[in-house]
Design a protein around this ligand. Structure first.
Ligand SMILES: Nc1nc2c(ncn2[C@@H]2O[C@H](COP(=O)(O)OP(=O)(O)OP(=O)(O)O)[C@@H](O)[C@H]2O)c(=O)[nH]1
Ligand SMILES: [Mg+2]
Length: 431
Protein backbone atom coordinates (compact mmCIF):
# COMPACT_ATOMS: atom_id res chain seq x y z
CA UNK A 1 0.00 0.00 0.00
CA UNK A 2 1.22 3.47 -0.82
CA UNK A 3 0.47 6.65 1.09
CA UNK A 4 1.53 9.71 -0.85
CA UNK A 5 2.18 13.17 0.60
CA UNK A 6 2.61 16.26 -1.52
CA UNK A 7 3.40 19.83 -0.47
CA UNK A 8 6.04 21.91 1.22
CA UNK A 9 5.55 20.15 4.58
CA UNK A 10 5.54 16.63 3.14
CA UNK A 11 8.95 15.66 4.53
CA UNK A 12 8.49 17.19 7.98
CA UNK A 13 5.09 15.53 8.40
CA UNK A 14 6.36 12.15 7.14
CA UNK A 15 9.17 12.38 9.70
CA UNK A 16 6.59 11.78 12.44
CA UNK A 17 5.84 8.22 11.35
CA UNK A 18 9.50 7.17 11.00
CA UNK A 19 11.42 5.61 13.86
CA UNK A 20 14.64 7.51 13.07
CA UNK A 21 15.30 10.96 11.62
CA UNK A 22 15.66 10.88 7.84
CA UNK A 23 17.03 13.54 5.46
CA UNK A 24 14.68 12.81 2.49
CA UNK A 25 17.19 13.11 -0.35
CA UNK A 26 15.97 13.89 -3.86
CA UNK A 27 14.57 11.04 -5.97
CA UNK A 28 15.69 8.08 -3.88
CA UNK A 29 14.13 5.26 -1.96
CA UNK A 30 15.24 3.74 1.32
CA UNK A 31 14.08 0.88 3.47
CA UNK A 32 13.22 2.42 6.86
CA UNK A 33 11.24 1.52 9.95
CA UNK A 34 7.81 3.05 10.61
CA UNK A 35 6.12 3.71 13.93
CA UNK A 36 2.37 3.98 14.09
CA UNK A 37 0.68 4.60 17.44
CA UNK A 38 1.64 1.87 19.89
CA UNK A 39 2.15 -0.82 17.24
CA UNK A 40 5.56 -2.51 17.13
CA UNK A 41 7.67 -0.70 14.52
CA UNK A 42 7.63 -2.28 11.06
CA UNK A 43 9.76 -1.93 7.92
CA UNK A 44 8.65 -0.25 4.70
CA UNK A 45 10.05 1.83 1.86
CA UNK A 46 10.22 5.60 1.74
CA UNK A 47 10.66 7.42 -1.56
CA UNK A 48 11.19 11.16 -1.74
CA UNK A 49 11.06 13.46 -4.73
CA UNK A 50 12.08 17.07 -4.28
CA UNK A 51 10.31 20.03 -5.89
CA UNK A 52 10.11 20.71 -8.79
CA UNK A 53 11.13 17.24 -10.01
CA UNK A 54 8.12 15.34 -8.75
CA UNK A 55 4.78 14.29 -10.15
CA UNK A 56 3.01 17.32 -8.62
CA UNK A 57 5.96 19.70 -8.87
CA UNK A 58 5.99 19.95 -5.05
CA UNK A 59 7.98 17.94 -2.49
CA UNK A 60 6.52 14.44 -2.62
CA UNK A 61 7.02 11.60 -0.15
CA UNK A 62 5.71 8.12 -0.80
CA UNK A 63 5.38 5.70 2.08
CA UNK A 64 5.21 2.08 0.88
CA UNK A 65 3.63 -0.02 3.63
CA UNK A 66 2.77 -3.68 4.16
CA UNK A 67 -0.66 -4.32 2.58
CA UNK A 68 -2.76 -3.99 5.71
CA UNK A 69 -5.63 -1.50 5.33
CA UNK A 70 -5.94 -1.03 9.10
CA UNK A 71 -2.27 -0.08 9.48
CA UNK A 72 -2.54 2.24 6.46
CA UNK A 73 -5.56 3.97 7.96
CA UNK A 74 -3.87 4.44 11.33
CA UNK A 75 -0.79 5.84 9.61
CA UNK A 76 -2.98 8.19 7.59
CA UNK A 77 -4.68 9.42 10.77
CA UNK A 78 -1.25 10.02 12.37
CA UNK A 79 -0.15 12.04 9.35
CA UNK A 80 -3.37 14.07 9.51
CA UNK A 81 -2.84 14.66 13.24
CA UNK A 82 0.56 16.13 12.37
CA UNK A 83 -0.76 18.60 9.83
CA UNK A 84 -1.51 16.67 6.62
CA UNK A 85 -4.95 16.59 5.08
CA UNK A 86 -6.69 14.05 2.88
CA UNK A 87 -6.36 15.01 -0.80
CA UNK A 88 -9.49 16.08 -2.67
CA UNK A 89 -10.48 13.98 -5.69
CA UNK A 90 -8.04 14.70 -8.50
CA UNK A 91 -5.99 17.05 -6.33
CA UNK A 92 -2.60 15.52 -7.16
CA UNK A 93 -3.37 15.94 -10.86
CA UNK A 94 -4.68 19.48 -10.31
CA UNK A 95 -1.48 20.42 -8.48
CA UNK A 96 0.60 18.88 -11.27
CA UNK A 97 -1.29 21.06 -13.75
CA UNK A 98 -1.07 24.28 -11.72
CA UNK A 99 2.64 23.69 -11.19
CA UNK A 100 3.14 23.26 -14.93
CA UNK A 101 4.06 19.56 -14.79
CA UNK A 102 1.28 18.55 -17.20
CA UNK A 103 -1.07 20.41 -19.53
CA UNK A 104 -4.85 20.40 -19.31
CA UNK A 105 -5.27 17.71 -21.97
CA UNK A 106 -2.89 15.47 -20.02
CA UNK A 107 -4.93 16.10 -16.86
CA UNK A 108 -7.99 14.99 -18.83
CA UNK A 109 -5.97 11.92 -19.76
CA UNK A 110 -5.52 11.05 -16.07
CA UNK A 111 -9.29 11.26 -15.49
CA UNK A 112 -10.00 9.30 -18.67
CA UNK A 113 -7.57 6.55 -17.64
CA UNK A 114 -9.38 6.13 -14.33
CA UNK A 115 -12.79 6.04 -16.05
CA UNK A 116 -11.73 3.79 -18.96
CA UNK A 117 -13.99 0.79 -19.56
CA UNK A 118 -12.40 -0.59 -22.70
CA UNK A 119 -9.06 -0.93 -24.45
CA UNK A 120 -10.06 1.81 -26.91
CA UNK A 121 -10.81 4.22 -24.06
CA UNK A 122 -7.52 3.38 -22.36
CA UNK A 123 -5.69 3.96 -25.62
CA UNK A 124 -7.39 7.36 -26.02
CA UNK A 125 -6.52 8.28 -22.44
CA UNK A 126 -2.93 7.17 -22.91
CA UNK A 127 -2.51 9.47 -25.89
CA UNK A 128 -3.84 12.45 -23.92
CA UNK A 129 -1.55 11.57 -21.01
CA UNK A 130 1.43 11.27 -23.29
CA UNK A 131 0.96 14.86 -24.49
CA UNK A 132 0.18 13.75 -28.04
CA UNK A 133 -2.45 16.48 -28.42
CA UNK A 134 0.06 19.17 -27.44
CA UNK A 135 2.48 17.86 -30.07
CA UNK A 136 -0.23 17.89 -32.73
CA UNK A 137 -1.37 21.43 -31.83
CA UNK A 138 2.10 22.91 -31.67
CA UNK A 139 2.52 23.74 -35.41
CA UNK A 140 -0.82 25.59 -35.57
CA UNK A 141 -0.10 27.45 -32.34
CA UNK A 142 3.36 28.45 -33.53
CA UNK A 143 2.02 29.68 -36.83
CA UNK A 144 -0.71 31.82 -35.20
CA UNK A 145 1.58 33.12 -32.44
CA UNK A 146 4.28 34.19 -34.89
CA UNK A 147 1.75 35.93 -37.10
CA UNK A 148 0.33 37.72 -34.06
CA UNK A 149 3.81 38.72 -32.92
CA UNK A 150 4.59 40.22 -36.32
CA UNK A 151 1.23 42.01 -36.56
CA UNK A 152 1.74 43.51 -33.09
CA UNK A 153 5.21 44.68 -33.96
CA UNK A 154 3.73 46.22 -37.11
CA UNK A 155 1.24 48.15 -34.94
CA UNK A 156 4.03 49.39 -32.65
CA UNK A 157 6.06 50.57 -35.61
CA UNK A 158 3.15 51.81 -37.71
CA UNK A 159 4.55 55.36 -37.69
CA UNK A 160 7.76 54.25 -39.33
CA UNK A 161 6.26 52.89 -42.50
CA UNK A 162 7.84 49.46 -42.38
CA UNK A 163 5.80 46.41 -43.36
CA UNK A 164 6.60 43.31 -41.39
CA UNK A 165 4.13 40.98 -43.08
CA UNK A 166 2.39 41.27 -46.43
CA UNK A 167 -1.25 40.24 -46.80
CA UNK A 168 -0.08 37.18 -48.76
CA UNK A 169 2.28 36.18 -45.97
CA UNK A 170 -0.47 36.53 -43.37
CA UNK A 171 -2.81 34.50 -45.55
CA UNK A 172 -0.32 31.74 -46.09
CA UNK A 173 0.49 31.50 -42.34
CA UNK A 174 -3.19 31.47 -41.37
CA UNK A 175 -3.98 28.92 -44.07
CA UNK A 176 -1.30 26.60 -42.80
CA UNK A 177 -2.61 26.96 -39.22
CA UNK A 178 -6.15 26.28 -40.38
CA UNK A 179 -4.98 23.28 -42.39
CA UNK A 180 -3.16 21.86 -39.38
CA UNK A 181 -6.37 22.13 -37.30
CA UNK A 182 -8.45 20.67 -40.09
CA UNK A 183 -6.05 17.72 -40.44
CA UNK A 184 -6.26 17.14 -36.70
CA UNK A 185 -10.07 17.07 -36.87
CA UNK A 186 -10.15 14.72 -39.83
CA UNK A 187 -7.59 12.30 -38.45
CA UNK A 188 -8.97 12.10 -34.92
CA UNK A 189 -11.74 10.07 -33.36
CA UNK A 190 -14.43 11.51 -31.07
CA UNK A 191 -14.13 10.76 -27.40
CA UNK A 192 -17.90 10.40 -27.18
CA UNK A 193 -17.73 7.55 -29.73
CA UNK A 194 -14.93 5.81 -27.93
CA UNK A 195 -16.63 6.14 -24.55
CA UNK A 196 -19.96 4.94 -25.91
CA UNK A 197 -20.88 1.67 -24.21
CA UNK A 198 -21.68 -0.92 -26.89
CA UNK A 199 -25.20 -2.33 -26.60
CA UNK A 200 -25.88 -5.82 -27.88
CA UNK A 201 -29.45 -7.08 -27.96
CA UNK A 202 -30.32 -10.80 -27.79
CA UNK A 203 -33.39 -11.60 -29.85
CA UNK A 204 -35.15 -14.78 -30.88
CA UNK A 205 -38.34 -16.74 -30.65
CA UNK A 206 -39.82 -17.49 -27.20
CA UNK A 207 -37.92 -20.25 -25.42
CA UNK A 208 -34.88 -19.97 -27.72
CA UNK A 209 -32.67 -19.75 -24.64
CA UNK A 210 -31.88 -16.02 -24.64
CA UNK A 211 -32.20 -15.47 -20.89
CA UNK A 212 -30.11 -18.56 -20.19
CA UNK A 213 -27.44 -17.12 -22.49
CA UNK A 214 -27.53 -13.78 -20.71
CA UNK A 215 -27.13 -15.47 -17.33
CA UNK A 216 -24.23 -17.57 -18.60
CA UNK A 217 -22.48 -14.50 -20.04
CA UNK A 218 -22.95 -12.48 -16.84
CA UNK A 219 -22.02 -15.41 -14.62
CA UNK A 220 -25.06 -15.02 -12.36
CA UNK A 221 -28.81 -15.50 -12.49
CA UNK A 222 -29.92 -12.11 -13.78
CA UNK A 223 -32.96 -13.21 -15.80
CA UNK A 224 -35.67 -15.70 -14.94
CA UNK A 225 -35.45 -18.83 -17.07
CA UNK A 226 -38.24 -21.33 -17.59
CA UNK A 227 -39.52 -23.86 -20.15
CA UNK A 228 -42.68 -21.74 -20.49
CA UNK A 229 -42.61 -19.67 -23.65
CA UNK A 230 -42.94 -15.95 -22.97
CA UNK A 231 -41.03 -15.90 -19.66
CA UNK A 232 -39.17 -12.65 -20.26
CA UNK A 233 -41.37 -9.59 -20.51
CA UNK A 234 -39.43 -6.41 -19.71
CA UNK A 235 -36.06 -6.08 -21.33
CA UNK A 236 -33.31 -7.06 -18.89
CA UNK A 237 -29.82 -5.73 -19.35
CA UNK A 238 -26.52 -6.52 -17.72
CA UNK A 239 -22.86 -5.56 -18.07
CA UNK A 240 -20.57 -8.22 -19.43
CA UNK A 241 -16.80 -7.88 -19.44
CA UNK A 242 -15.29 -9.06 -22.72
CA UNK A 243 -11.57 -9.17 -23.62
CA UNK A 244 -11.54 -5.58 -25.00
CA UNK A 245 -14.00 -3.92 -22.66
CA UNK A 246 -17.40 -3.84 -21.03
CA UNK A 247 -20.61 -4.16 -23.05
CA UNK A 248 -24.29 -4.04 -22.16
CA UNK A 249 -26.21 -7.15 -23.18
CA UNK A 250 -29.98 -6.75 -23.40
CA UNK A 251 -32.33 -9.72 -23.17
CA UNK A 252 -35.78 -8.95 -24.57
CA UNK A 253 -39.09 -10.75 -24.77
CA UNK A 254 -39.17 -13.56 -27.32
CA UNK A 255 -40.51 -12.29 -30.63
CA UNK A 256 -43.50 -14.08 -32.06
CA UNK A 257 -45.00 -13.93 -35.49
CA UNK A 258 -48.40 -12.23 -35.56
CA UNK A 259 -50.23 -15.49 -36.26
CA UNK A 260 -48.61 -17.11 -33.19
CA UNK A 261 -49.60 -14.12 -31.18
CA UNK A 262 -53.19 -14.33 -32.32
CA UNK A 263 -53.24 -17.95 -31.24
CA UNK A 264 -51.82 -16.90 -27.91
CA UNK A 265 -54.25 -14.02 -27.56
CA UNK A 266 -57.44 -16.03 -27.94
CA UNK A 267 -56.56 -17.84 -24.73
CA UNK A 268 -55.70 -14.75 -22.70
CA UNK A 269 -57.58 -11.84 -21.24
CA UNK A 270 -57.48 -8.47 -22.97
CA UNK A 271 -55.21 -7.00 -20.28
CA UNK A 272 -52.70 -9.73 -21.13
CA UNK A 273 -53.09 -8.83 -24.80
CA UNK A 274 -52.06 -5.29 -24.02
CA UNK A 275 -49.01 -6.41 -22.05
CA UNK A 276 -48.08 -8.72 -24.87
CA UNK A 277 -48.32 -5.92 -27.41
CA UNK A 278 -46.15 -3.63 -25.28
CA UNK A 279 -43.53 -6.38 -24.83
CA UNK A 280 -43.32 -6.93 -28.55
CA UNK A 281 -43.05 -3.22 -29.26
CA UNK A 282 -40.33 -2.85 -26.67
CA UNK A 283 -38.37 -5.71 -28.20
CA UNK A 284 -38.68 -4.14 -31.66
CA UNK A 285 -37.46 -0.78 -30.32
CA UNK A 286 -34.43 -2.45 -28.77
CA UNK A 287 -33.58 -4.12 -32.07
CA UNK A 288 -33.67 -0.73 -33.78
CA UNK A 289 -31.62 1.12 -31.19
CA UNK A 290 -28.98 -1.45 -30.20
CA UNK A 291 -25.51 -1.28 -31.71
CA UNK A 292 -25.53 -4.98 -32.53
CA UNK A 293 -28.22 -7.64 -32.87
CA UNK A 294 -27.60 -11.25 -31.94
CA UNK A 295 -30.26 -13.76 -33.03
CA UNK A 296 -30.69 -16.82 -30.80
CA UNK A 297 -32.16 -19.92 -32.51
CA UNK A 298 -32.98 -23.25 -30.92
CA UNK A 299 -32.12 -25.71 -33.76
CA UNK A 300 -34.87 -28.04 -32.47
CA UNK A 301 -37.53 -25.33 -32.89
CA UNK A 302 -39.76 -26.44 -35.80
CA UNK A 303 -40.96 -22.88 -36.46
CA UNK A 304 -39.14 -21.00 -39.21
CA UNK A 305 -36.51 -18.45 -38.09
CA UNK A 306 -37.66 -14.93 -37.28
CA UNK A 307 -38.03 -12.25 -39.87
CA UNK A 308 -36.23 -9.35 -38.20
CA UNK A 309 -36.44 -5.69 -39.26
CA UNK A 310 -32.65 -5.68 -39.21
CA UNK A 311 -30.11 -8.26 -40.33
CA UNK A 312 -28.58 -9.91 -37.25
CA UNK A 313 -24.84 -9.41 -36.76
CA UNK A 314 -24.43 -12.89 -35.32
CA UNK A 315 -26.55 -16.04 -35.09
CA UNK A 316 -26.24 -18.16 -31.96
CA UNK A 317 -27.58 -21.70 -32.14
CA UNK A 318 -28.51 -22.60 -28.57
CA UNK A 319 -28.85 -25.84 -26.57
CA UNK A 320 -25.96 -27.56 -28.40
CA UNK A 321 -25.99 -30.21 -25.68
CA UNK A 322 -29.46 -31.36 -26.86
CA UNK A 323 -29.04 -31.35 -30.63
CA UNK A 324 -25.66 -32.00 -32.17
CA UNK A 325 -26.69 -30.72 -35.57
CA UNK A 326 -26.75 -26.94 -35.76
CA UNK A 327 -26.73 -25.62 -39.33
CA UNK A 328 -23.37 -24.30 -40.42
CA UNK A 329 -24.13 -20.74 -41.43
CA UNK A 330 -21.72 -17.86 -41.95
CA UNK A 331 -21.38 -15.67 -38.85
CA UNK A 332 -22.86 -18.20 -36.50
CA UNK A 333 -21.76 -20.07 -33.43
CA UNK A 334 -23.37 -23.07 -31.75
CA UNK A 335 -23.24 -23.04 -27.95
CA UNK A 336 -24.64 -24.66 -24.88
CA UNK A 337 -25.25 -22.17 -22.11
CA UNK A 338 -26.05 -25.11 -19.87
CA UNK A 339 -22.71 -26.91 -20.17
CA UNK A 340 -20.67 -23.82 -21.15
CA UNK A 341 -19.72 -25.48 -24.45
CA UNK A 342 -18.18 -22.95 -26.92
CA UNK A 343 -19.20 -20.01 -24.73
CA UNK A 344 -15.60 -18.70 -24.96
CA UNK A 345 -15.97 -18.59 -28.73
CA UNK A 346 -19.26 -16.70 -28.33
CA UNK A 347 -17.52 -14.17 -26.07
CA UNK A 348 -14.80 -13.66 -28.69
CA UNK A 349 -17.41 -13.12 -31.40
CA UNK A 350 -19.29 -10.61 -29.21
CA UNK A 351 -15.99 -8.87 -28.45
CA UNK A 352 -15.26 -8.56 -32.16
CA UNK A 353 -18.74 -7.16 -32.82
CA UNK A 354 -18.50 -4.62 -30.02
CA UNK A 355 -14.97 -3.38 -30.38
CA UNK A 356 -13.81 -3.90 -33.94
CA UNK A 357 -12.97 -0.57 -35.53
CA UNK A 358 -10.61 0.50 -38.21
CA UNK A 359 -7.30 2.08 -37.29
CA UNK A 360 -7.78 2.41 -33.57
CA UNK A 361 -4.61 4.47 -33.30
CA UNK A 362 -6.30 7.81 -34.00
CA UNK A 363 -5.98 10.63 -31.51
CA UNK A 364 -9.23 11.16 -29.61
CA UNK A 365 -10.76 14.59 -29.07
CA UNK A 366 -13.47 15.36 -26.51
CA UNK A 367 -16.22 17.94 -26.97
CA UNK A 368 -14.23 20.62 -25.14
CA UNK A 369 -11.32 20.16 -27.56
CA UNK A 370 -13.71 20.29 -30.53
CA UNK A 371 -15.31 23.49 -29.24
CA UNK A 372 -11.92 25.18 -28.81
CA UNK A 373 -10.80 24.14 -32.29
CA UNK A 374 -14.05 25.45 -33.82
CA UNK A 375 -13.62 28.81 -32.02
CA UNK A 376 -10.03 29.04 -33.22
CA UNK A 377 -10.94 28.29 -36.82
CA UNK A 378 -13.72 30.91 -36.81
CA UNK A 379 -11.29 33.53 -35.49
CA UNK A 380 -8.71 32.50 -38.12
CA UNK A 381 -11.34 32.93 -40.86
CA UNK A 382 -12.22 36.43 -39.58
CA UNK A 383 -8.52 37.33 -39.30
CA UNK A 384 -8.03 36.24 -42.89
CA UNK A 385 -10.75 38.68 -44.01
CA UNK A 386 -9.30 41.51 -41.93
CA UNK A 387 -5.80 40.97 -43.29
CA UNK A 388 -7.03 42.44 -46.59
CA UNK A 389 -7.30 45.95 -45.16
CA UNK A 390 -4.36 47.77 -43.63
CA UNK A 391 -6.49 49.91 -41.35
CA UNK A 392 -7.72 46.99 -39.27
CA UNK A 393 -4.40 45.85 -37.80
CA UNK A 394 -5.67 46.10 -34.20
CA UNK A 395 -8.77 44.08 -35.07
CA UNK A 396 -6.60 41.55 -36.85
CA UNK A 397 -4.42 41.22 -33.77
CA UNK A 398 -7.54 40.73 -31.66
CA UNK A 399 -8.80 37.89 -33.83
CA UNK A 400 -5.39 36.25 -33.87
CA UNK A 401 -5.21 36.50 -30.11
CA UNK A 402 -8.64 34.89 -29.86
CA UNK A 403 -7.54 32.05 -32.12
CA UNK A 404 -4.39 31.55 -30.08
CA UNK A 405 -6.34 31.65 -26.81
CA UNK A 406 -8.79 29.07 -28.11
CA UNK A 407 -6.05 26.63 -29.12
CA UNK A 408 -4.16 27.39 -25.91
CA UNK A 409 -7.26 26.59 -23.87
CA UNK A 410 -7.16 23.00 -25.09
CA UNK A 411 -3.92 22.61 -23.20
CA UNK A 412 -4.99 25.06 -20.47
CA UNK A 413 -2.32 27.54 -21.41
CA UNK A 414 -2.64 31.24 -20.85
CA UNK A 415 -1.21 32.84 -23.90
CA UNK A 416 -0.56 36.60 -23.59
CA UNK A 417 2.86 36.15 -21.93
CA UNK A 418 3.70 33.59 -24.57
CA UNK A 419 3.03 36.14 -27.29
CA UNK A 420 5.09 38.81 -25.54
CA UNK A 421 7.93 36.36 -25.13
CA UNK A 422 7.95 35.73 -28.86
CA UNK A 423 7.86 39.40 -29.73
CA UNK A 424 10.90 40.06 -27.61
CA UNK A 425 12.69 36.94 -28.72
CA UNK A 426 12.37 37.59 -32.46
CA UNK A 427 12.99 41.35 -32.40
CA UNK A 428 15.47 43.39 -30.48
CA UNK A 429 12.94 46.08 -29.66
CA UNK A 430 15.03 47.56 -26.87
CA UNK A 431 17.78 48.34 -29.28
N1 LIG B 1 -30.41 -28.35 -22.35
C1 LIG B 1 -30.37 -27.02 -22.47
N2 LIG B 1 -31.44 -26.29 -22.17
C2 LIG B 1 -31.41 -24.96 -22.29
C3 LIG B 1 -30.23 -24.31 -22.75
N3 LIG B 1 -30.48 -22.99 -22.79
C4 LIG B 1 -31.76 -22.83 -22.37
N4 LIG B 1 -32.32 -24.00 -22.06
C5 LIG B 1 -33.69 -24.22 -21.58
O1 LIG B 1 -34.63 -23.69 -22.49
C6 LIG B 1 -35.74 -23.13 -21.80
C7 LIG B 1 -35.97 -21.69 -22.21
O2 LIG B 1 -34.87 -20.93 -21.82
P1 LIG B 1 -34.94 -19.37 -21.60
O3 LIG B 1 -33.57 -18.90 -21.37
O4 LIG B 1 -35.97 -19.01 -20.60
O5 LIG B 1 -35.44 -18.92 -23.04
P2 LIG B 1 -35.83 -17.45 -23.55
O6 LIG B 1 -35.40 -17.35 -24.96
O7 LIG B 1 -35.33 -16.43 -22.60
O8 LIG B 1 -37.41 -17.52 -23.50
P3 LIG B 1 -38.47 -16.31 -23.38
O9 LIG B 1 -38.04 -15.40 -22.29
O10 LIG B 1 -39.76 -17.00 -23.06
O11 LIG B 1 -38.52 -15.66 -24.72
C8 LIG B 1 -35.44 -23.30 -20.31
O12 LIG B 1 -36.10 -24.42 -19.84
C9 LIG B 1 -33.95 -23.49 -20.29
O13 LIG B 1 -33.52 -24.25 -19.18
C10 LIG B 1 -29.09 -25.10 -23.07
O14 LIG B 1 -28.03 -24.64 -23.48
N5 LIG B 1 -29.22 -26.46 -22.91
MG1 LIG C 1 -36.23 -15.04 -21.53
Amino acid sequence: MVVRLSGSNATSIAQHVLVEAYAFPASTGARLRFRVRDLPSFPGWVYSFRSPKSVTGEDVVELHLPGNPLVARMLLEDLIAHGARQADPGEFTARAYFNGRIDLAQAEGVAATIAAQSDAQLQAARQLLGGELARRLRPAMDSIAETLALVEVGIDFSEEDVTFLSTEQIHSRLDSADRALDDLLRESARFEDVTHEPQIVLVGRPNAGKSTLLNALVGEERAVVSPVAGTTRDAISAHVTLPHGVVRIIDVAGIEKTSDRQRHLSATASAQADIDRQMQERAQQMIQSADRVVLAIDPADPDPPLDLPRKPDLIVYTKADLSASAPTVHNSVSVSALTGGRMTELCQQLDRLAFEREGGQALTLNSRHLQCIATAREAIARARELAQSNVAQELLAMELREALDAVGQILGQVTPDDVLGRVFATFCIGK
